[in-house]
Ligand binder design. Sequence first.
Ligand SMILES: NC(=O)c1ccc[n+]([C@@H]2O[C@H](COP(=O)([O-])OP(=O)(O)OC[C@H]3O[C@@H](n4cnc5c(N)ncnc54)[C@H](OP(=O)(O)O)[C@@H]3O)[C@@H](O)[C@H]2O)c1
Length: 265
Amino acid sequence: MAKIVITGASGVLGSAIYRALKTTNHAVIGLANSRAQGGLSKIDLTDQSAIQDFLRESKPDWVIHCAAERRPDVAEKDPDGAQRLNAEVPGHLASLAKDLGFTLIYISTDYVFDGTAPPYGPASQTNPLQLYGKSKRDGENAVSSVAGAKIAILRVPVLYGPAPHNSDSAVNILLDIVQDQSGKQYKMDHYATRSEQAAAFNNSIIAGTNPSRNMRYSNPPTGPGATSRPKDCHLSTKETEDLDIPGGLGLSLFEEWWAVHLGKQ
Ligand SMILES: NC(=O)c1ccc[n+]([C@@H]2O[C@H](COP(=O)([O-])OP(=O)(O)OC[C@H]3O[C@@H](n4cnc5c(N)ncnc54)[C@H](OP(=O)(O)O)[C@@H]3O)[C@@H](O)[C@H]2O)c1
């Protein structure tokens, strides 16, 4: 049995991992900040002494670091805050991983790439197009630069799944938009090409997919608040598959998952 701390356990990814690991015999602690409910502990990760004291006390074997500012437009409006949370916090966690002996899993993003040369593997050249991607790339560099720390970086593409609110996911939010029959006009783009790559944690889907495969000739998003986004960040999953995880990666395809999920509603 291992002791596992999950940061960002009130978010889309962290809540799915938290739920999944809670069904195992591991000791699981979920951390949150503004939404610390339902058994989650409140810690502001930018408070270095608070997280240090907590980890010294709780002595985890693993820390799965999901907390981040992952909204590119919000990051753009608060560059210092985004850099602090997305780059400095992971660097600090990596130093603590070294000092306290736990293994750190740092969740990163396909947005560290510019989307011009897919598929991307672990060694591909990063070239983020916007501040969010740069801050996550800096987070990758910060954790990698702590010699002697046990760390893994896991890059994930756009997420969907049983999110706390549909608006928490760039995919789920389409449900709210389609279901809004008020006549309100929404402006959406279908610029990015998504790839069929999905991972499931006990049926809680964390995934990227390809709903826009036939629409790849659309223009990049423009207008006030538009952030530069990569065109095609298809991530190669070869190295992950080569790990030969018992039971496989638990792949679950976009249409199949949504059919079941919507059938339940
Ligand atoms: N969403 C995507 O499509 C996507 C795509 C690629 C990669 N990723 C990466 O996947 C990871 C998880 O993303 P997500 O979509 O699950 O994020 P999310 O739903 O926006 O959740 C963010 C989490 O971070 C926590 N957090 C924010 N500021 C904090 C602070 N100062 N101290 C402690 N916790 C703080 C939030 O806690 P409270 O809500 O309690 O404040 C929340 O639990 C991130 O690393 C992101 O970069 C996401």
